[in-house]
Design a protein around this ligand. Structure first.
Ligand code: G6P
Length: 372
């Protein structure tokens, strides 16, 4: 009903708007202003976490994209190798797991059958399983050794938005916590990033306030057959998520690519007026990658692409090559997906609406897939 949607035209719009609060609620009580992290709820003893030799993340759909981003944070802060796998692939290839493997199962609903089967298999092999879940008391957390709940609140729209952002928060918290527990050399940096996390709700709010040009752009592209997304480092999974949202909601052909792979194939797809969304990393963090992405934008634009560039505020180097420029606040590199995903959600939602689709109930999809 209209009342349930709180005045928004759809649950999806409402849930996109709720993201600052969802992120803040997921941080609440877990981080403080000093940069200390308390995750006592992760009831896997610190001694066990210190012995972990491998982390494996399993998930499906949007949650899988959160997992891909988690890998960058986990390997950076802990130096423990991390694999990320689609739950549906993981189970049936006889994966190598033992008591020193930490499996992280990410699921909004906590009921996705593929993810559940993956974690059952992992536990049978003696691995410890930590669930990242949005639904209290659901099956996946009940069957895990520990759970870190995301506090996005109920997500009704089939395509995930606010739950994804809170999964990113949870993944960063787990990575930083593992770093903290294992006492890596990053102590000060971990504290600095934990402090930065508290700014994310306000930063997401700022992105939401500047979305009118993105909506206009989406409407103007509604008759295009294809949109491509490019990103690098943590921007790569963001590109995959941007493409998935467009498929789910707008029923459009969309693909996400790692920008470094452009020259190995995807560049052949570039033609006059093809919209290409590029997620640009901060020029401060990994400046090498930044320079490379800027050349990618030049290359595709020289071949006629219509470039939609998502870049940090103050990054002037992209201005000459951007047909459309979307600004996001400056964040530490590993936190950029928290702000860069938001315009892509708005873009897909508006484009789908312009095509006359029901964004809350896209055709053929279910909110929670409880069959294998
Ligand atoms: C379905 C939904 C997706 C979701 C995926 C995983 O396919 O349509 O939005 O990302 O399931 O769901 P989960 O509840 O496990 O996060």
């Amino acid at each position: 009903s209209a009342a349930e949607k709180g005045g928004y035209a759809s649950f999806m719009l409402k849930e996109i708007a709720e993201q600052p609060k969802a992120v803040a609620d997921t941080l609440l009580g877990r981080v403080d202003g000093e940069g200390t992290l308390s995750l006592d709820e992760v009831r896997i003893p610190a001694a066990v976490l210190r012995e972990v030799e491998k982390v494996v993340v399993v998930a499906c759909g949007t949650a899988f994209h959160a997992g891909l981003i988690a890998k960058y944070a986990i390997e950076h802060w802990t130096r423990v190798p991390c694999e990320v796998e689609l739950a549906s692939e993981f189970r049936y290839r006889d994966p190598i797991l033992d008591a020193r493997t930490l499996v992280i199962a990410i699921s909004q609903s906590g009921e996705t059958m593929d993810t559940l089967m993956a974690l059952r298999h992992a536990r049978e092999q003696g691995a410890k399983v930590l669930a990242i879940c949005n639904t209290n008391g659901s099956t996946i957390p009940r069957e895990s050794d520990a759970v870190l709940y995301t506090h996005a609140g109920p997500e009704v729209a089939v395509a995930s938005t606010k739950a994804f952002l809170t999964q990113l928060v949870a993944c960063n918290l787990v990575a930083l916590y593992l770093g903290q527990v294992r006492g890596t050399k990053w102590g000060d940096e971990i504290r600095a990033v934990v402090r930065e996390l508290s700014h994310v709700p306000e930063q997401v709010g700022r992105v939401l306030e500047t979305m009118e040009p993105v909506r206009e752009l989406a409407r103007s592209l509604s008759d295009k057959p294809t949109v491509l997304f490019l990103g690098r480092h943590v921007g790569y999974p963001v590109a995959l998520e941007g493409a998935l949202k467009l498929k789910e909601l707008a029923y459009m052909h969309a693909e996400g690519f790692a920008a470094g792979e452009l020259k190995h194939g995807p560049i052949a797809l570039i033609e006059q007026d093809l919209p290409v969304v590029v997620v640009v990393p901060s020029p401060r963090g990994r400046s090498v990658l930044h320079g490379k992405i800027v050349s990618n934008i030049q290359e595709i634009r020289a071949r006629g692409a219509r470039t939609v560039v998502i870049a940090e505020e103050g990054d002037e180097s992209v201005v000459p090559y951007a047909d459309h420029l979307i600004r996001v606040p400056a964040t530490p590199t590993l936190l950029q997906p928290l702000v860069a995903t938001v315009p892509l959600q708005v873009f897909a939602c508006e484009l789908a609406t312009a095509r006359g689709n029901d964004v809350d109930q896209p055709r053929n999809l279910a909110k929670s897939v409880t069959v294998e």
